[in-house]
Design a protein. Structure first.
Length: 120
């Protein structure tokens, strides 16, 4: 049996993300979240040069909401794929209410997906 290293459940959810790193002050990049938890998130983006512990500022957009939610975090891990990469971010700063909004949205999608699977 595999042991789970994560402290918190991750919910699969696709949300638009824009971000910039502190070492690339002029460049903004876009991606899509793969999952989200209380302590961090994973997102997919075109191949970009990032190193472990790089600090970054992100903005996450919930569907049907025009405002972007600001988040700060550090690169916890990176997986290079062919022409894209997956980045794991550990939060260093996120508004508690905003985090709850995202987790509520992700949980609702998770419940819907599991309900659909049970009815098959």
């Amino acid at each position: 049996m595999l042991s789970e290293r994560r402290k918190f459940k991750r919910f699969d959810v696709s949300l638009d993300v824009t971000f910039k790193t502190f070492k690339n002050a002029g460049g903004h990049f876009s991606g899509v979240t793969k999952n989200f938890s209380r302590s961090g998130l994973c997102f997919e983006l075109p191949a970009v040069s990032l190193a472990l512990n790089d600090a970054m500022e992100l903005e996450i957009k919930l569907p049907d909401n025009n405002a972007f939610i600001p988040v700060a975090g550090n690169v916890a891990w990176k997986e290079q794929l062919k022409d894209k990469c997956l980045i794991g971010i550990e939060f260093t700063e996120i508004d508690k209410e905003a985090k709850s909004q995202i987790l509520d949205y992700a949980y609702d999608r998770w419940v819907e997906m599991n309900r659909d699977l049970k009815s098959v």
